[in-house]
Design a protein around this ligand. Structure first.
Ligand code: E4P
Length: 306
């Protein structure tokens, strides 16, 4: 699985690239705002255009950088995409344009602007990352419209489900959907046992029973990892070329789970990359080996390096 870094902070991109683990970068307007604000608060006077250029340059050739449009109508998104592509792609030939899969946000009462923009840009040879994907259905349509990448937002799907269930959470919390499923399955079994005297149709149509089959009211999908797994499976089944970027990743365990489902890419925040490296026994082991070593002899061998 490839790993992209989900950040607009040039320092984080540079650092993670130096570890040899970064295959690309994803940004969004929120991340760019945060990065620029941080730079400004540390006294560096950066402007958006120059900063985005720096991101592309730092990522370098061969590492795609996703840059997002702002508009919500297809023609305007295409115009903005062309501006971004023409301005920043020459720097390192790595720009990918992020288009929201559906921009129906109240102002424009249309569901299809994103798809139209994806189709047009892909037709021009501009690679598109269909973003804000929350369902396999959206991913399927984005792929058919020509998207090079689709980005299922695993963490935000989990947020939706947890909120619907009234489960409080912090942003980085791991969502144990296996446990959740077991709880719902146990409840369902109990309910079915209690209704065995009723006729099948009335049990089948029982709203409470059906609700237990739709954990968190997410149309039958119980977690963000599950959304990702279904997209990967559909794309493989039909030999679709679009790559899946598991996005909105909140913790290391989620990275493991999207890797296990065969996802092409995970885009991971810097903090989660660090978390992926940690284990108390690794830390203890490093200390132990250091204190157990016959340091005087190692010193002879290594000189004053250790
Ligand atoms: C992905 O491309 C997005 O930039 C990002 O993963 C969103 O993550 P969030 O839901 O944690 O904001």
């Amino acid at each position: 699985m490839k790993i992209f870094i989900d950040t607009a902070k040039v320092g984080e991109i540079r650092e993670a690239i130096s570890w040899g683990v970064v295959d690309g970068v994803t940004t969004n307007p929120t991340l760019i705002r945060k990065a620029i604000e941080e730079e400004r608060s540390s006294g560096r006077d950066v402007e958006l255009e120059a900063y985005v250029g720096e991101i592309c340059e730092t990522a370098g050739e061969g590492r795609p950088v996703s840059l997002e449009v702002l508009s919500q109508e297809a023609d305007k998104m295409v115009e903005e995409a062309k501006v971004l592509y023409d301005r920043f792609n020459p720097i390192a030939e790595n720009v990918v344009i992020k288009i929201p899969v559906n921009t129906r946000a109240g102002r424009i009462a249309s569901d299809y602007e994103g798809l139209k923009a994806i189709k047009e840009l892909s037709g021009m040879g501009i690679p598109v990352n269909a973003t804000l994907v929350m369902t396999p259905e959206q991913a399927l349509l984005a792929s058919k419209a020509g998207a090079t990448y689709v980005s299922p937002f695993a963490g935000r799907v989990d947020d939706f489900i947890r909120t619907n269930l009234g489960i409080g959470f912090e942003k980085g919390d791991y969502f144990d959907f296996e446990l959740l499923k077991e709880i719902f399955d146990a409840r369902l079994s109990e309910r079915l046992r209690d209704s065995l005297s009723r006729d099948v149709a009335s049990i089948f149509l029982d709203r409470e029973v059906r609700k237990m089959r739709d954990i968190g009211g997410n149309n039958g999908i119980i977690s963000g990892v599950e959304v990702t797994r279904k997209i990967v499976r559909i794309f493989r089944e039909y030999g679709m070329k679009t790559k899946v970027i598991a996005s909105s990743i909140r913790n290391a365990r989620q990275v493991r789970e999207v890797a296990e489902v065969g996802c092409d890419i995970a885009t991971v925040p810097f903090k989660v990359l660090q978390e992926m490296l940690r284990h108390p026994k690794t830390e203890e082991g490093v200390e132990r080996f250091y204190s157990d070593a016959i340091r005087a002899k190692y010193k002879e061998l290594f000189g004053n390096r250790s």
